[in-house]
Design a protein around this ligand. Structure first.
Ligand code: KG4
Ligand code: ZN
Length: 383
């Protein structure tokens, strides 16, 4: 049984073909980065126009790569929420049209749930998708209950996943999402769109050049013995820059990143040398603060709910430091339970994760027939 999935919730036009038995056959992602670079962020109207131009060629390419054709597709799946309305409408209207014309069943999919299922993608058994040796795949070690940290441009949520399709929200951001904070800090520092990966690149430069500072900061954040307080950490860093870890001890699992963003802004305005080295230092201190907050709360949630797996997903899960830090703390503090994170190419928006989720929903070989096609697109929808 083959599924064609379509994803257009924000600024990536993507289509994927997934064989329920064999796994992923193709995943094509047309990024709009070059378009949005000019404005330093996504302009919704511009994004939806770009989706209109890309959607048919992207679907065609996904079918060709999967060595199949529309008549051999058994189920269509499409992201219908949450996201930018104009962007979602392009994917949903395309999917509805294909469904009606070809008489194929159509399944609406929640984008956030899709991000979680990036963990379960079964990679390319027989396709010409570029395969990588990924070691043990998340889906082989993922056990329930799992604590999942979903971190993207629009969401930062801690979710308790008790089984497939069973979710309980433990906490979420009260203001900015983690990815949004990365993007806004990139703007403050004058770094190009997309902000997240660029902030991370600058932070890595600082880390490489200031190993002692990094070791001291880590030791402090992880409660190590050698450097017991932030003052000592700061001495090693040759700078007095240290950003707040908001809500770290709030006693709940919510987050707040707008104070951190404002702290970066005020410190940057006071910074006399706004040069490359200063940008690297700010990017580093900001990234360490975000990673510390996300890792600390995720581990606390996993402890409280006796999780058997910790997982992260969403665009920010591509962040190397976040992956490294949560992996370290899971090993140290949670008796080495599995830590699952999708391969980097499935962290950002893609249709493979939508198709994979659809493959779990169809359960075996039965297609899901909706009575009609009048489901809506929604900008805001939780799991
Ligand atoms: O999941 P996603 O592709 O789109 C949404 O559903 O929002 O996430 C995009 C977000 C952006 O804010 C982007 O800056 C951030 O993920 N991001 C990163 C990294 N790669 C993407 N943030 C930090 N470090 C990265 N390496
Ligand atoms: Zn997303």
């Amino acid at each position: 049984m083959k599924i064609l999935a379509i994803e257009t919730s924000c600024d990536e036009t993507s289509a994927s073909v997934y064989d329920v038995r064999k796994g992923l056959l193709s995943n094509v992602v047309a990024s709009q980065i070059d378009i949005h670079k000019k404005t330093g962020g996504v302009v919704p109207e511009v994004a939806s126009r770009a989706h209109v131009e890309q959607i048919l060629p992207v679907i065609d390419e996904a079918l060709v790569l999967a060595k199949t054709s529309l008549d051999k597709i058994d189920q269509i799946a499409v992201t219908h929420a949450p996201g930018l309305i104009g962007s979602l409408l392009v994917g949903v209207n395309t999917a509805k049209t294909l469904s009606a014309v070809l008489d194929k069943p159509l399944l609406p999919i929640n984008h956030l749930e899709g991000h979680i299922y990036a963990n379960f993608i079964r990679e390319c058994q027989m396709s010409n998708v570029k395969c990588q040796n990924l070691g043990v795949a998340s889906r082989q070690i993922f056990k329930f209950p799992a604590v999942v940290l979903l971190v993207s441009g629009g969401h930062t949520s801690l979710i308790l996943m008790k089984g497939h399709g069973k979710y309980k929200y433990l906490g979420e951001t009260l203001d900015d999402a983690a990815g949004e904070a990365f993007d806004k800090v990139a703007k403050i520092l004058g770094l190009e769109y997309p902000g997240g990966p660029n902030v991370s690149r600058f932070a890595e430069e600082y880390r490489k050049k200031n190993k002692d500072c990094h070791i001291a900061t880590l030791s402090h954040c992880r409660g190590g013995q050698s450097v017991k307080n932030s003052n000592e950490a700061m001495k090693q860093c040759n700078n007095d820059l240290r950003f707040p870890r908001s809500m770290l001890d709030s006693g709940d699992f919510n987050f707040s990143f707008s104070g951190l963003k404002t702290a970066v802004l005020y410190a940057w305005q006071k910074e006399k040398k706004q040069n490359r080295a200063a940008k690297e230092m700010f990017a580093y201190e900001f990234e360490e603060a975000v990673v510390d907050i996300l890792a600390t709360k995720t581990i606390k949630a996993a402890e409280k709910y006796k999780a058997k797996t910790v997982s992260i997903c969403g665009g920010v899960a591509a962040n190397k430091r976040l992956r490294e830090e949560i992996s370290f703390r899971v090993k140290r503090e949670l008796k080495n339970i599995p830590f699952c994170v999708p391969p980097i190419q499935y962290c950002g928006d893609n249709a493979a994760m939508i198709a994979c989720l659809a493959s779990y929903k169809v359960k075996g070989s039965k297609v899901i027939k909706l009575g009609n096609l009048d489901f809506e697109v929604l900008s805001n929808k939780v799991l």
